[in-house]
Design a protein around this ligand. Structure first.
Ligand SMILES: [Ca+2]
Ligand SMILES: [Ca+2]
Length: 149
């Protein structure tokens, strides 16, 4: 089931890319802390054991709890401010093996990468914002891509 927020539709995606990086925290290390060995069947990046619509990779990237439905606190938010649509999200910079990309579309068919700016930083977590002038359709989505070493 997809959650829809009018007038903005947020789509969470998780895909896997092959590109090695050296990291401090990794998805595998995080999953090892969050799940017991007996829970390995629900510990993969695409699994969503708490059923909140965020796959584990996105829980990891956005500092969510994979076993507690916390999507309303963790997922990006959108609002209209000063004639612009703003899309705010958090990024934990210590989790360098996952790359978060904001994408923008006017028609929900063609998506392109959109710039975002840092609003504030707390420890390793950046609060970032992408914005678009109101007028034509504007949709944002956040894509999480795991970089595998
Ligand atoms: Ca989840
Ligand atoms: Ca969750």
């Amino acid at each position: 089931m997809k959650k829809r927020y009018s007038p903005v539709i947020m789509v969470a995606m998780a895909t896997v890319a092959l590109s090695p990086v050296a990291v401090a925290e990794t998805f595998g290390g995080w999953a090892g802390k969050m799940f017991t060995p007996e829970q390995s069947a629900i510990a993969g990046p695409a699994a969503d054991p708490d059923g909140d619509g965020m796959p584990n990779l996105l829980e990891y990237a956005l500092d969510g709890d994979p076993l507690y439905p916390d999507a309303t606190e963790v997922l990006p938010t959108s609002a209209v401010e000063g004639g612009a649509l703003v899309f705010d999200f958090k990024r934990d910079t210590s989790r360098a093996d996952v790359v978060l990309t904001v994408e923008r579309s006017a028609d929900l068919k063609t998506w392109s990468e959109a710039p975002s700016e840092v609003l504030s930083v707390r420890k390793s977590v950046e609060k970032r914002r992408a914005s678009a002038k109101l007028g034509n359709g504007a949709y944002f989505r956040l894509r999480a891509v795991q970089q595998q070493g």
